[in-house]
Design a protein around this ligand. Structure first.
Ligand SMILES: Cc1cc2nc3c(=O)[nH]c(=O)nc-3n(C[C@H](O)[C@H](O)[C@H](O)COP(=O)(O)O)c2cc1C
Length: 191
């Protein structure tokens, strides 16, 4: 493939979508849409997300030292888009669009009833970088919807869970799995 250089920028980058949940001081839940998110440790399990600019979520995560990371499904797209374009400083976002939530089993974090897969995290580190910060949370508990029969790593049926995917400017849906991880090695062993 012939390539051309582009100016350094964020560019094109497919990402998962999560709603990061925190409680305000008056116990109102607040959620922000975060797509800069990934795992960074297996033992103990830790995930990290990046956030830039002035956001209530950043302030609350830093002060309370905990957060929930709620997987977004395609059915939750409207909620996610609203939470990603509305500041918790000005609005009670859950009340605005009538979203149901409960409290975590281990941590004092809000859990979205509609999310099928939620991490309860304790903040372990903040790394300041560029114009924002990376927040690292240790997973203390996972709340998985009972309809997800197989919950082991690598066994979850993504087309059933139907996570919402983001790439700059647009939301997407996963249509099908097209190959099991490690299949290239198996082919070599067989031949
Ligand atoms: C598609 C999408 C993805 C986003 N991803 C991030 C992200 O990864 N990090 C971030 O800091 N903000 C991200 N945002 C912006 C926040 O969700 C947004 O600023 C939100 O209003 C913050 O709410 P809060 O002030 O209640 O924390 C994203 C917004 C959208 C619409």
């Amino acid at each position: 493939m012939e390539k051309r250089s582009l100016k350094p920028q964020r560019g094109f980058f497919p990402q998962p979508t999560y709603l990061i949940g925190t409680f305000k001081d008056d116990n109102t839940p607040n959620f922000a849409l975060i797509t800069w998110i990934t795992f960074c440790s297996v033992k103990p399990p830790m995930l990290m997300f990046a956030s830039r600019g002035k956001k209530l979520t950043r302030e609350l995560v830093e002060r309370k030292g905990m957060f929930s990371a709620n997987l977004v499904t395609t059915k939750m797209m409207y909620m996610a888009d609203y939470f990603g374009n509305t500041s918790g400083y000005e609005q009670n976002k859950c009340e605005d669009i009538g979203v149901e939530y409960s409290k975590g089993n281990i941590m004092n974090v809000p859990i979205l009833s509609e999310s099928p897969w939620v991490y309860e995290c304790s903040l372990v580190d903040i790394i300041e970088q560029g114009e924002g910060s990376i927040y690292i949370g240790e997973v203390k508990n996972i709340l998985a919807d009972k309809t997800i029969e197989e919950t082991l790593y690598g066994k979850i049926n993504m087309t059933t869970v139907d996570p919402l995917i983001y790439a700059p400017g647009q939301y997407y849906k996963i249509k099908e799995g097209i190959g099991a991880v490690g299949y290239s090695k198996k082919d070599n062993e067989d031949s």
